[in-house]
Design a protein around this ligand. Structure first.
Ligand SMILES: Cc1ncc(COP(=O)(O)O)c(C=O)c1O
Length: 356
């Protein structure tokens, strides 16, 4: 007779395992990935560099060359830059270093679920406020909550996933002024919105601002896992304590540097995706479907019988994300914009699903 293994930490019991199963479909329009492969010369250079790499040796522990290249690209000093295996891991490091059982994070729902799951993994308390009907932060509400509960960490997603809207910079400034600790802005989709909507310029004036970004969306590198954070060097000094040695593999470092060398080619793909996003919105509206204005690479829309529409799309080979059970998003589905041919097939499938 063997004894049962140790049970999981009791506070994790109600967390769903993060192994999302993805139904098979010809047209994957659910994951907010880029449908475009990274630029061919980038891939070619990676292949050539891989032949030179000593895979039996540990990688450069400090990922020095990648840090220097990214620091130059984003025009932010290397000691205020933290690179991780995807922005999710950057969030994990941030919460391990700055969260914990005595600290609280404030999030604005509906938003990217990992913003509240990751802190819980590290025992940080989570408080949630609801966004307005237009899905922006209710500033009065937020300031009152900050005043009352003094959350050490405030997280804002802009453009917000899954609603698509950007947060006005005036709101971010007000949060930065009121928060007792740090305000973290997740701009995973920032490239699709345009630089005038980014908090990047605020970093120079606000030492309590942390900006998180990813190579998974606009850079067409979701499979590689690279994300990063720009912050005051003191924040990075805290995070360095929780990052594991050699956390960025040699392969990750090579791809990251090659991506930066080919940044211009990747940004050309962004324009095509933005055009496709706007076309999908206009065509859905023409069909009488309610859409929400998006600044990201996806469109959230609302239909009468969302589960049935989702099922019909899947039967026709189109996978979109179903939010019909998510509080604040009842009746909503989210479609990722990308290739025009996928967009055409999605629109035709929607006509069929709605019987227009
Ligand atoms: C808002 C937001 N932040 C972060 C991520 C995670 O990105 P990464 O692939 O860099 O971990 C996602 C992924 O969908 C996202 O939507």
């Amino acid at each position: 007779m063997t004894r049962a293994p140790l049970s999981v930490r009791p506070d994790l019991n109600d967390l769903e395992p993060r192994v999302a199963s993805r139904p098979e479909a010809r047209h994957l329009m659910d994951g907010n990935e880029s449908p475009y492969p990274p630029p061919a010369p980038l891939v070619q250079e990676v292949v050539e560099e891989l032949e030179q790499v000593t895979l039996n040796r540990y990688p450069d522990r400090d990922a020095g060359a990648l840090h220097r290249a990214l620091s130059e690209y984003v025009n932010w000093s290397s000691d205020g830059l933290w690179i991780a295996n995807g922005s999710n891991e950057a969030f994990l490091h941030l919460f391990l270093a700055f969260g914990g059982a005595d600290r609280t994070v404030l999030c604005f729902e509906p938003t990217y679920p990992m913003h509240s799951v990751i802190p819980r993994i590290g025992t940080t308390k989570v408080r949630r406020l609801w966004r307005t009907e237009e899905f922006v932060i209710d500033l009065e509400d937020a300031l009152a909550e900050i005043d009352r509960t003094q959350p050490e960490i405030v997280v804002v997603c802009s453009p917000n996933n899954p609603t698509g809207n950007s947060e006005p910079l005036s709101t971010i400034r007000a949060l930065l002024g009121a928060a007792p600790g740090i305000v973290v802005v997740d701009e995973a989709y920032g490239e699709f919105a345009g630089s005038d909507e980014s908090v990047r310029p605020l970093l120079d004036e606000h030492r309590n601002l942390v900006l998180v970004k990813t190579f998974s969306k606009a850079w067409s590198l979701g499979g590689v896992r690279i994300g990063y954070m720009l912050a005051d060097p003191l924040v990075v000094d805290g995070i360095v304590r929780v990052g594991l040695p050699y956390h960025l593999s040699s392969l990750t470092q090579i791809v990251g540097r090659a991506a930066i060398r080919h940044a211009r080619a990747s940004s050309e793909l962004v324009e095509a995706i933005v055009g496709e996003r706007d076309r999908i919105s206009v065509e859905l509206q023409a069909m009488g479907v309610k859409t929400f204005r998006s600044r990201a690479n996806f469109v959230l829309f609302q239909v009468d019988d969302a589960p049935a529409v989702w099922g019909s799309l899947l039967e026709q080979g189109v996978l979109v994300r179903n939010y019909s059970d998510t509080p604040g998003l009842y009746g909503c589905l989210r479609v990722t914009a990308g290739l025009a041919e996928d967009g055409d097939i999605f629109m035709a499938a929607m006509e069929e699903a709605l019987d227009v």
